[in-house]
Each structure stands twice: as structure tokens, then as C-alpha cells.
Ligand binder design. Structure first.
Ligand code: GCV
Length: 647
């Protein structure tokens, strides 16, 4: 990347210079041994205010106090300001938070905050392959790898590390969970030394690296004839190889493992349990304080569509719930937020309410695989707020498990080597929001979106209100024109963008809507596949009964006739027609709103977002017409309002 690119405003993301702020003359003083943080603070103030004017009359004091490890406090004093952290990392977070609050336009003396994260591990997962291609990547190629080796620009990595640390991220897994023969070698030389060099760039920012490992590494890397986790040679391989890794990178965070999933090897291939597999690897990293993030995305991806008994959302619970309590202390089960796969609308995975003796990580997807691929606008903060405030047990919300059962928050990132990191500049908001909710799940979508707009753009009232309204509505709009009421999928197979109502209907992936001439959906109640029985009783009852099931999840839980009367009196079919017509209209309104922002946001961002909103509109119309025509052809029932449905 050349230096002219770094000048683009979108590259700076939420760490923007500001011309409208009033600088304050001050002197920064730091305790002994805080040079790096001092330098970050100075750099940040210079960015916001221009060159700092020194004044002995006002002191910005940076210090370590006796607070919790990652906690910080921001306190205005009589003639100065104090940023304190429970450790260097806590102090660094305090400095970034202070700078971000200044960037929103707050004056120093209004800034008063004490904060500590609710979970210890806040992690970004890259699905970067070593050939440079990113699985489900919508923002270019990897900025870590190319041509099956490390290939990065150290300055960009430093900028990335700062961006991530500024929102509280403390762990990054750099490679795809679908590990291949090349990336399996990341835990051995010669790649390991390169990994150590990369880890050194992240270290000052308090970010520890992880890699995804291949379950069959004992065979691929170690040359053994088995990967059976109970085999003595296999255990020794993991122990010895991990010792080599930790010798090179003492603060290495650990491994992510996708096993027995989508054609990956795993313990079940050897007649062993998920716990046998996870514990063998965990035992190898335990002496070094390492962790194993063991993914629960385990299901039969070779299902016969004729088989109506097997119900994919039930799979993770079936594999893992019976093993509650059987995992070692340094194993964290990494569970996708929903039981299927990052759809526009799903219930919360029943594993969260049913594992009580196991460390859990919730896995979100910032990459918009099924939610518009960073072309269509989709504010994930809105979706995450709903997920986090969903009741999971006896009135307790999912976010109430943070810091207890849930000890880590992870997400598949939406970044790549595009100059603006995320392809769509507005998708930076999702990355920002992720870090912030991982730190504090009580933040609302509205707060997060506002904060992001204020630190990212220097625009007028109309500009910020327009962007805020667009982002806040974006999730409902996308949902309106795509698959209705939690039914999911209906996307083009493989690339997962654009409509294809029956695209997955006769495939082996276990994702069926089973629409016929009078009804649609899978009965997942206790009288159907039994999926609802995986929830605590009160939730089971709520989901079981069509009258109490949240309407937005109607087609996730129930098989419903097209003439079923919705709460507002419309039939299900009419609801589908209406929401699709409305969604396409709303997509048009998004474009019109954005067009009013010319000269109110940086030019590159204006044109690139506009281009994407045009593509979104084409996509929305295609979804509207394909979905409406599909249901018209199935049901033979006209739209009550006589709008155009193609025959
Ligand atoms: C990395 C979905 C995606 C896959 C992904 C998988 C996973 O199936 O389509 O690309 O693989 O999830 O989360 O492991």
C-alpha cells in the first residue's frame, strides 16, 4: 500500500482527524515505563487537535492504579485530567476511550467514566486463507497472507492493531477455521517464526494472536498415522508442538478448532467425543496459560432432503449439551449466536441456556455473509441488541450470562485489504459496534450508531441524522425484502447473495422451508421435530404455541398455512407480499436519503456507498419479484392490493 492511500479518510475509519474541535494546551505526564501509551496518547491528541501546545498549567496524567486488570477510569481534576488503568492494557483502553469521547465533541471536563469489560476475551476471527483469499470476505484480499505465505505491510498491521485496540479487542485469530494443509503449518517452522514477527506488531496494543489449527495436524504436520485424541503419540505431538509455539510466542492466546464440521476431521471420526478432542489439545497449551476455542458448529451437512426427522438447528445441542462439565477449564466452546448460521433472523442458540458448567464464547459474524455482503446496508448493532436482550432462562437475558457462563465474545470479521477496510464504508460501523458490545453488552444500537457517526464523520445535523436513520432501519429493510419471518436461506447456493427461493431446498445442507401450495415452514415444536424442547420450559412453551411465539420468528418454529391470520389481521401470504413490496421501496428510499449527503461526507465514501445502494436496490427488487412470484405460483392467491406480481 502506498502512502497516498493512507491519506484517504476512510482508511482512518473511526480514528479520524477533526478540524472542528478546540484544542487544549496541556502537558502529558506518565508514570515510569509507560512510553508506548504516552506516545499513543500524544499521537491521538495530535490527530484530533493538530500539534499539541505544551502548557504546564494543565496536566494530563497517565497512571496505573489498583483497579482490575483491564479496567480504566477517566477523571477530570482541578487543573488537569487523569487517565488510570489497572494495568498497561487497562490504561491503553482508557486512553483510547478518552480520545474517542473527545472525538465525539465532548469537552474534557465532561468526560467522566469508569469502565471494565464484562468478559475477559474479546476476539476477532479472520477467515483469511494463506493464498490471500478470504472466505466470506467482501472487502478484498487478506492483509496477512498472499501466495501461501505471510505477506503484510507492517504499517498497515500497526494501524489495524490500533483500530482494534481502540475498541477493546484483545485477541485476533488470523486464519480461516477451514484450515488446509498449508495453514496447518502455522504452528511449525518456517511459518511459526513469521507468526512470531506478526505477534510482535500486535503485542504493544495488548492484542494476543491465535491461529486456527487442523484437527488432523498430528498427521499433516507431525507425520503420524492417526489424529485419535486419546492416542499417546497424538497427545505428545500436541504437547511438543505447543511447547515450540509458546517458546516463540510466550503470550500466544491459543487455538481455534473447527472439528467434525463441514468435511473437517474431528474426534468423532475416531469414535471419541468432542470433549476428548478439545481436552487433548487444551492439555497441551494449559501449562502456558493457552486456551482452546472449540467450535460447536457441528451438524450433518450430508442430509437427504427427504429426511424430515433430522433438523439441523438441533445438532449443536445434541453434540455438546450432554458433555456439559466434561471440558477442561481452558476450553471455551465457541457457539454461533443462532442454531443455524448467521441468518437475518434466528432464535438464540439453546446451548446458551443449557450449558452451565462449561466456558462459552458467543460467535457473531461481522462479515455479512447472509445479510447483504457489505453491498446491502445492514446494521448488525440492531440485530445484536435484539440477540443480547433475548430471554434465555427464567427472565435472564443473554447478556446477563456475560462474565459468567459466557467468558468470551468472538466474531468473524468483515475486513480485507480494501482501502477502507470493510468494502462499504458504512460497514465500519458494524466492526466498531462489535468491539464496543463485546466490552459492554448493555450498549444500545442507537448509542453505538450515534457514537460511530460522531467520531467518523464531521458532518452537519442533517448528515448525522440521515446516516443514523438509515443504519437504524437497515436491518428491518433487508429483512422485509428477503426471506420472511425467520424462515432463513432462500439465497443463491454457495455465494449466498441474492434470491433463490428453492436454492437450498433439495440440497444436502439441511436448510429446508418445505413450501407447498398451502403452507410453509418446518414444525419445530415439541409436537414436530422437538427443537423447542432444547429450551428451558417457559421458553419452550412460548415458542411451541403459535399465539405466543414471537411473530418475527413464526416461520422458524412453525409450519403455517398461507391463510393464517397474523396479529394485525392480515393473512401470512398478504404479509409476505406487503413486506416485499415495502422492503424494495425502502431500499429506494435509502438511496434517496444518501443522495442528500453529497458534500456532507467525504467524496470517496459518498460515491462508493451510493454505488452500493444502487446495487442494493437492484437486489431488493429481484428479491421482491422472485419471492412474490414464488408464493403466488404456489398458492394461486392474488395480492389484495393488486400490485404487480409476475406470473
Ligand atoms: C468457514 C458457513 C459458511 C462457511 C464457514 C462456516 C463456518 O457454513 O458458509 O463458509 O466456513 O459457516 O462457520 O465454519
Amino acid at each position: 500500500m502506498d502512502h497516498t492511500q493512507r491519506k484517504y479518510s476512510e482508511y482512518k475509519a473511526w480514528l479520524q482527524p477533526k478540524s472542528s474541535l478546540t484544542p487544549k494546551a496541556l502537558r502529558i505526564r506518565a508514570d515510569f515505563d509507560l512510553d508506548f501509551i504516552h506516545q499513543e496518547c500524544r499521537l491521538g491528541l495530535n490527530r484530533l487537535w493538530g500539534e499539541i501546545k505544551e502548557s504546564a498549567a494543565y496536566t494530563l496524567q497517565l497512571k496505573i492504579d489498583d483497579g482490575a486488570h483491564e479496567a480504566y477510569s477517566l477523571t477530570p481534576l482541578a487543573s488537569g485530567f487523569e487517565i488510570a488503568g489497572g494495568s498497561k492494557r487497562g490504561l491503553l483502553y482508557g486512553v483510547y476511550r478518552f480520545l474517542n469521547r473527545l472525538a465525539t465533541g465532548e469537552s474534557i471536563d465532561q468526560i467522566h467514566e469508569r469502565s471494565a469489560p464484562q468478559v475477559d476475551y474479546r476476539i476477532i476471527n479472520h477467515w483469511d486463507n494463506m493464498d490471500g483469499h478470504i472466505e466470506r470476505g467482501y472487502a478484498g484480499q487478506s492483509f496477512f497472507f498472499a501466495h501461501n505465505q505471510f505477506d503484510y505491510d507492517a504499517e498497515r498491521i500497526t494501524d489495524y492493531a490500533r483500530l482494534m485496540a481502540s475498541i477493546g479487542i484483545n485477541g485476533i485469530c488470523i486464519n480461516n477455521v477451514n484450515v488446509n494443509k498449508v495453514s496447518a503449518g502455522l504452528i511449525a517452522e518456517p511459518l511459526l517464526s513469521d507468526l512470531a514477527d506478526l505477534a510482535a506488531l500486535f503485542r504493544p496494543f495488548g492484542i494476543r494472536l491465535m491461529v486456527s489449527v487442523h484437527f488432523d495436524a498430528p498427521m499433516i504436520v507431525g507425520g503420524l498415522t492417526t489424529s485419535d485424541p486419546l492416542d499417546a503419540g497424538v497427545k505428545e505431538f500436541w504437547r511438543a508442538q505447543s511447547a515450540v509455539v509458546y517458546d516463540k510466542i510466550p503470550d500466544f492466546l491459543g487455538y481455534v478448532v473447527k472439528a467434525d464440521s463441514e468435511f473437517r476431521g474431528g474426534p468423532e471420526a475416531f469414535g471419541r467425543t468432542q470433549a476428548d478432542g478439545a481436552n487433548t489439545i487444551a492439555a497441551a497449551v494449559a501449562p502456558f496459560g493457552g486456551l482452546v476455542f472449540w467450535r460447536c458448529f457441528v451438524y450433518n451437512c450430508q442430509q437427504d432432503w427427504r429426511d424430515a426427522q433430522t433438523d439441523r438447528p438441533m445438532a449443536a445441542y445434541k453434540h455438546f449439551q450432554p458433555l456439559d462439565g466434561a471440558f477442561d477449564q481452558n476450553v471455551i466452546l465457541q457457539i454461533k449466536n443462532g442454531p443455524v448460521d448467521f441468518q437475518t433472523r434466528e432464535p438464540v442458540s439453546p446451548l446458551f441456556s443449557s450449558l452451565t458448567n462449561t466456558h462459552e464464547a458467543i460467535e457473531f459474524q461481522i462479515a455479512q455473509e447472509y445479510t447483504g455482503q457489505q453491498i446491502d446496508l445492514f446494521s448488525l448493532a440492531v440485530q445484536w441488541e435484539e440477540i443480547l436482550t433475548t430471554e434465555v432462562n427464567k427472565g435472564k437475558q443473554l447478556r446477563g450470562l456475560f462474565g459468567h457462563e459466557i467468558t468470551a465474545v468472538t466474531a468473524v470479521t468483515n475486513t480485507g485489504n480494501n482501502m477502507n477496510w470493510t468494502g462499504n464504508t458504512l460497514a465500519q460501523c458494524n466492526l466498531y459496534a462489535f468491539g464496543r458490545i463485546a466490552w459492554n453488552p448493555d450498549l444500545t444500537a442507537k448509542e453505538l450508531i450515534r457514537e460511530w457517526i460522531r467520531i467518523t464523520f464531521e458532518t452537519d445535523e442533517h448528515g448525522s441524522q440521515t446516516i443514523e436513520a438509515m443504519l437504524l432501519q437497515s436491518r428491518d429493510i433487508y429483512e422485509n425484502y428477503t426471506a420472511p419471518l425467520g424462515i432463513g436461506f432462500m439465497v443463491n447456493p454457495s455465494n449466498h447473495y441474492g434470491p433463490n427461493v428453492d436454492g437450498y431446498e433439495f440440497s444436502h445442507w439441511g436448510t429446508y422451508h418445505r413450501a407447498d401450495f398451502e403452507a410453509i415452514g418446518v414444525d419445530r415444536t415439541s409436537k414436530g421435530t422437538g427443537f423447542t424442547t432444547q429450551y428451558p420450559e417457559s421458553l419452550q412453551n412460548m415458542y411451541d404455541h403459535i399465539a405466543t411465539c414471537p411473530e418475527e420468528l413464526l416461520l422458524f418454529f412453525h409450519r403455517v398455512r398461507y391463510d393464517y391470520q397474523m396479529k394485525d389481521g392480515r393473512t401470512l401470504l398478504q404479509y409476505i407480499y406487503d413486506s416485499h413490496f415495502e422492503g424494495a421501496q425502502q431500499a429506494e428510499a435509502l438511496l434517496q436519503s444518501w443522495e442528500t449527503l453529497e458534500n456532507r461526507v467525504p467524496q470517496e465514501a459518498f460515491y462508493s456507498v451510493k454505488e452500493r445502494l444502487k446495487r442494493q436496490l437492484r437486489n431488493a427488487r429481484e428479491w421482491r419479484d422472485q419471492v412474490n412470484t414464488y408464493f403466488y405460483r404456489k398458492s394461486g392467491i392474488d395480492d389484495e392490493k393488486g400490485r404487480q406480481i409476475y406470473r
